[in-house]
Design a protein around this ligand. Structure first.
Ligand code: ADP
Length: 453
């Protein structure tokens, strides 16, 4: 079976529905009009019978069987051309019949009318009619036929009109779906600039919104992939060239194979391998919003846990590391592992970029709709121009010094991706030579919470 277009399906469904409705309307109308005609005929025949009975009543004489009465009966019956019986008072005997046959009538119908003369009942007149025939009422028969034909005509016109309306209606209804399919196909063929126009019913608009957001997402991922490749090749090129040049020089015998030189090459290689590992972590973090394990977390507990893990390193560097307890419950809906990763990154940076005997403070603050984790140090600080750049991947303020600390400029971009995945923000305030304050804001009423949690 070949697949049918939406327009064809809508058209057929509408047509089937309207044909069924029109046929039902036709049957109801023809049933009620037939009934009215029947009632009208019965009334008409009754009036005719009363008319015969009037003639009889005014002219009849006793005894009933007289010759004159027979003539009267014959004349009247002939005039009205319908089978007629005249019964005695108790219907036990037929006094007169005009011998017309009524037994073969398709729809027999009779009316009894009492014949009373001067207050004395003489008998009953019974007139027979065929409701199927219209003897004596040609105008009625014509009217019945005409109205049936008219009804049929109206039904045929209604069918044609609804089919035409259905055709246009199905076109209007299917248009947004066809349009979405057309644009979706365009996207598949590589045109990612155009968005699907937002037309149609509420559900179709939702579907179009879905396609458009997928398109935005797709473009974002595509741009991210391109940018990532560029950044990565740029980052890998320098250490690789350095290693290759040195190895070449060793092969050419111009660079002595001393332990120190080999150690330098080894360090460079180690940095490269760390960079590759970090890139993998970054890629995971940037895709994190698709797989966060959100739960209700006591943030004081979480941040304090990370802080305690750094106490030893801080002591080694003689840095005074403090935790500022908010002394009130601070809960948020977050992925605890990812949050630990973020807090670890900012504390480790603070310790990295703060000189011996410096000071680092970690704390939590909360307001009605946001929870803020901060990490303040009195370290080297960051120049104003670079404040917005340090969250970009591979960005390091002072390349040589950062390298010294083993930095690859990826930590903060990972943190930024993770915080954004939580619907939050990350930022920094800093003065060169004075220190820096990194902060992470997480919305308390997190929309990411899955319903079962
Ligand atoms: P890295 O691995 O180089 O530390 P990050 O992404 O974590 O990468 O940080 C990016 C850059 O931001 C660092 O190279 C450093 O120059 C700067 N930076 C981060 N934290 C601090 C801080 N607390 N004080 C001063 N500079 C910082």
């Amino acid at each position: 079976m070949t697949p049918k277009g939406t327009q064809t399906i809508i058209f057929f469904l509408l047509t089937i529905l309207s044909v069924l409705s029109i046929i039902s309307i036709y049957f109801v109308l023809s049933f009620t009009s037939n009934r009215s005609f029947l009632q009208y005929k019965q009334k008409y025949f009754a009036e005719q019978t009363y008319h015969i009975s009037y003639i009889l009543r005014t002219n009849i004489e006793t005894p009933l069987t007289s010759e004159k009465n027979k003539e009267l009966f014959d004349k009247t019956a002939q005039e009205f051309a319908t089978p007629v019986h005249f019964f005695n008072e108790d219907f036990s005997k037929i006094i007169y019949t005009n011998e017309m046959n009524h037994t073969e009538f398709a729809q027999p119908f009779y009316i009894d009318v009492p014949i009373v003369k001067e207050g004395e009942p003489l008998g009953y007149l019974r007139a027979f009619y065929d409701l199927d025939q219209h003897i004596g009422a040609p105008a009625l028969s014509m009217f019945e036929k005409n109205s049936q034909n008219q009804l049929r005509m109206i039904i045929v016109i209604a069918l044609v009109v609804t089919i035409i309306i259905n055709f246009f209606l199905s076109r209007i209804l299917a248009k947004p779906i066809k349009q979405s399919a057309y644009y979706a196909l365009k996207v598949l063929r590589g045109n990612r600039e155009e968005f699907v126009p937002r037309n149609g019913t509420e559900e179709i608009k939702q579907l179009i919104d879905g396609i458009n957001s997928l398109l935005v997402e797709f473009n974002n991922v595509e741009n991210w992939r391109k940018q990532m490749m560029e950044d990565l090749t740029h980052e890998l090129r320098t250490p690789l060239t350095s290693v290759l040049t040195r190895l070449e020089a060793i092969i050419d015998g111009v660079y002595p194979t001393t332990t120190k030189n080999l150690q330098d090459i080894y360090d460079e290689m180690e940095r490269l391998s760390r960079l590759v590992a970090n890139v993998q972590r970054l890629s995971e973090a940037e895709g994190a919003r698709f797989k966060l394990n959100i739960e209700k977390v006591n943030m004081v507990h979480l941040v304090k846990g990370v802080y305690e893990g750094f106490l030893f390193i801080a002591k080694q560097k003689e840095i005074e590391l403090n935790f500022r307890n908010p002394n009130k419950p601070c809960t948020a809906y977050v992925d605890p592992d990812r949050m630990i990763q973020v807090v670890t990154n900012i504390i480790s940076n603070a310790l990295k970029y703060t000189a011996r005997a410096g000071k680092v403070e970690i704390g939590i603050e909360s307001n009605d709709d946001e929870l803020i984790i901060y990490c303040k140090d009195n370290g080297v600080g960051i120049h104003e121009d670079e404040l917005s750049l340090i969250f970009n991947r591979f960005y390091r303020t002072d390349k040589s010094r950062s390298r010294e600390y083993g930095g690859s400029g990826i930590g903060l971009s990972i943190s930024k991706a993770l915080v954004h995945a939580h619907g939050g923000e990350i930022g920094v305030e800093s003065e060169p030579g004075e220190g820096s304050k990194f902060w992470v804001g997480i919305p308390i009423d997190n929309q990411l919470v899955s319903p079962e949690k």
